[in-house]
Write a protein that binds this ligand. Structure first.
Ligand SMILES: [Ca+2]
Ligand SMILES: [Ca+2]
Length: 216
């Protein structure tokens, strides 16, 4: 554990950047013993929680946190330049005229995004995904707490990068409690990209999920 010299925190208020999974606090007795308490710096939903039985997960509302903790993107720039401009995840508008909210674009194999969910009751949830692609060859999967729970989801050719289609994925079994759902991009089509994603829906009929508040 690394101590911060007295005065450092107040020397540049507003300019302190913290990286890592947790911020630990311990006593100043020189022993660097166990932390008294800690603040998580990842697994933090981007927006306040709400409840819905039919739950929209907006792709752009991935968890707060740094590259390698909340997401992995192949370059540090937000290529689309919209919404969360300080992170490397590539976001732009759903429609070319700027309408329709925000989508995730420029997705490459190996990239991933985390979504922290608080699931009230163990249930099977149907999965729908709004996506757009030009050409075939893309695939991705969903993992829960590091385990693949969807298998490969093949991306159809929707006829263009803003030609949106909703596809139905496999039913997902989600246990009660706090879990991390990870969207993982696996293979790309001829363009080198996997798919543009607008949103995912988890529909548990009467079983709600707490998760980041949606924007329509
Ligand atoms: Ca990027
Ligand atoms: Ca990307």
């Amino acid at each position: 554990m690394q101590d911060i010299a007295p005065g450092t925190l107040s020397a540049n208020p507003g300019n302190l950047r913290l990286t890592g999974a947790y911020l630990f606090f311990s006593t100043n007795d020189g022993t660097n013993g166990p932390a008294l308490w800690s603040i998580p710096l990842t697994n933090i939903p981007y927006l306040p929680a709400r409840v819905a039985a039919r739950t929209y997960i907006q792709a752009e509302d991935y968890d707060r946190g740094d590259e390698g903790l909340a997401y992995h993107d192949s370059d540090p720039v937000n290529v689309g330049g919209q919404y969360r401009t300080a992170a490397g995840v590539d976001l732009t508008t759903v429609n070319s005229d700027g309408s329709g909210g925000i989508m995730l674009g420029w997705t490459k194999p190996g990239e991933w995004l985390n979504y922290t969910l608080d699931i009230v009751s163990t249930s099977a949830y149907t999965l729908e995904i709004s996506l757009a692609t030009a050409g075939t060859g893309g695939s991705f999967h969903l993992a829960r707490d590091g385990t693949d729970i969807s298998g490969p989801i093949t991306v159809p050719d929707t006829g263009g990068w803003r030609a949106w289609r909703t596809i139905t994925g496999p039913a997902l079994s989600l246990p009660a409690g706090r879990h991390t759902l990870r969207l993982v991009f696996d293979s790309a089509g001829a363009t080198g990209y996997v798919a543009n994603i607008d949103w995912l829906v988890l529909d548990g009929a009467s079983d709600p999920i707490y998760l980041p508040m949606v924007r329509r």
